[in-house]
Design a protein around this ligand. Structure first.
Ligand SMILES: Nc1ncnc2c1ncn2[C@@H]1O[C@H](COP(=O)(O)OP(=O)(O)OP(=O)(O)O)[C@@H](O)[C@H]1O
Ligand SMILES: [Mg+2]
Length: 133
């Protein structure tokens, strides 16, 4: 079984409740996958920010786990793809990101790697805001 260290999780949420339309269990699955990836990347801190941007809810998961290599970025959402640093160290199938993207899209949203550097990685989940009543 893979073991995951306990790491601080900072959440920055707006004062008002945010509502998004879709399957709550699937949203949890996406966020769990992203946070598990941060942990597997060796992050010592993870920040989750949520905000409303126009017709979308934007949730960003940022970690300081060293980011993704530029040469690997085009592949990380491919099924069964695992980064070279990850392959040796931790168990996994390379399905977490493709599944998470599929779930995001099935709910009318999307999941992208928004930014990466040698220090950090930022994944951005967008979900549709429910239509005004
Ligand atoms: N937060 C992150 N920081 C750095 N690299 C990442 C991060 N998240 C994903 N990656 C890279 O993307 C690859 C694919 O991620 P994905 O979640 O699909 O597979 P996995 O975590 O290796 O296996 P599984 O999710 O099936 O257990 C990872 O192997 C890793 O190289
Ligand atoms: Mg994963």
């Amino acid at each position: 079984m893979p073991s995951f260290a306990s790491i601080p999780l900072h959440a920055v949420l707006p004062d008002e409740d945010i509502e998004c339309e879709g399957d709550q269990g699937q949203f949890k699955q996406i966020l769990t996958n992203l946070i598990m990836n941060s942990s597997a990347a060796g992050a010592t801190e993870v920040a989750v920010d949520a905000a409303v941007a126009g017709v979308d809810i934007i949730i960003e998961v940022r970690d300081n786990g060293g980011g993704s290599r530029e040469s690997e970025v085009p592949f990380i959402f491919e099924r069964y793809y695992r980064g070279s640093s990850r392959r040796k160290k931790k168990q996994g199938l390379g399905l977490g990101l493709p599944l998470s993207r599929l779930l995001a899209r099935a709910n009318g949203g999307d999941l992208v790697l928004h930014a990466t550097s040698e220090a950090d990685a930022v994944f951005r989940l967008s979900l549709p805001k429910p239509p005004a009543p």
